[in-house]
Design a protein around this ligand. Structure first.
Ligand SMILES: [Zn+2]
Length: 275
């Protein structure tokens, strides 16, 4: 990959990530979006040198210059994640034609919306609908570009099938568990993923998300159990662990793996039943 493109995508991704941070922090709050960013603790207006993505966070050693209160690790994590996924998307798609570039931009938009959605879900275990709408818009644009490029309705049919399969699967899970295992928001995100990735990769993404989520859930149960035993043994006060796990990060992880590897549903079947 051209070094210049790598540098450009890193800077672009970090800046987009910085913007996503502001969206995630301000969405759903009454606070009027002020034109300049402020410290959340002492409300000092931040100077431009404190607003450089990732770099400022490291230079300031994660503390506000004025009041010394801790800055959230969400800032650099979201910025690095966005930059990383921009690079990955370029490496996978290798755009050349104008259609390729349109498709590439649609993917960058889709991943950006997904990063914002995960950050919000991790913070509040809630999925804000405007973030979901953004996912759908980018998925529709991507599907339309593919159909125009190939001069065929094939991509439309495949995307619609992916949307119904993945969205329907998570909607069914949500209804069967009465929203306890999974929120209906996850079904909307799953549907957008099926539309964006197409049926094959969409299904792979969904299966991977469920597997990764299940393993993570098991790890949490084991940890909670060991903690409880530990506390009982040493007569400590009982601890309660938050059991509600946001699922959107697993969906996104499944989508990124499916996109990057191009695995097919049958490949996964082969892992489970290798004969
Ligand atoms: Zn401060």
């Amino acid at each position: 990959m051209d070094a210049l493109i790598v540098v450009f995508l890193c800077i672009l991704g970090a800046c987009v990530g910085s913007f996503l941070n502001v969206l995630v922090l301000r969405f759903g709050f009454r606070e009027r979006p002020s034109p300049r960013s402020r410290c959340a603790s002492c409300t000092t207006t931040l100077s431009p040198r404190d607003l450089i993505p990732v770099v400022s966070y490291i230079m300031l050693r994660a503390r506000c210059r004025t009041c010394g209160s801790r800055l959230s690790a969400q800032y650099p994590i979201v910025e690095l994640l966005t930059a990383g996924i921009f690079l990955l998307t370029y490496a996978v798609l290798r755009p050349e034609t104008p259609f390729d570039y349109l498709s590439f931009v649609a993917y960058l938009g889709f991943w950006s919306a997904l990063v914002a959605l995960i950050a919000y879900d991790v913070r509040h275990t809630l999925i804000p609908l405007p973030f979901v709408y953004a996912l759908w818009v980018f998925a529709v644009v991507h599907t339309a570009v593919s159909a125009l490029e190939l001069q065929s309705t094939g991509p439309l049919v495949d995307a619609a099938f992916g949307m119904v399969c993945v969205g329907g699967f998570f909607a069914a899970l949500s209804i069967l568990t009465r929203g306890r295992g999974m929120g209906i928001g996850d079904a909307y995100v799953g549907g957008a993923m099926g539309l964006m990735l197409g049926s094959a990769s969409g299904i792979v993404a969904a299966i991977l998300a469920v597997w990764i989520g299940a393993v993570w859930g098991l790890v949490l149960i084991v940890v909670a159990h060991s903690l409880r035993v530990f506390h009982r043994t040493y007569g400590l006060r009982r601890v309660t662990l938050k059991t509600e796990i946001p699922f959107a990060p697993f969906l996104a992880l499944g989508a990124v793996i499916a996109f990057a590897t191009g695995l097919m549903p049958l490949d996964l079947a082969f892992w489970v039943y290798p004969f």
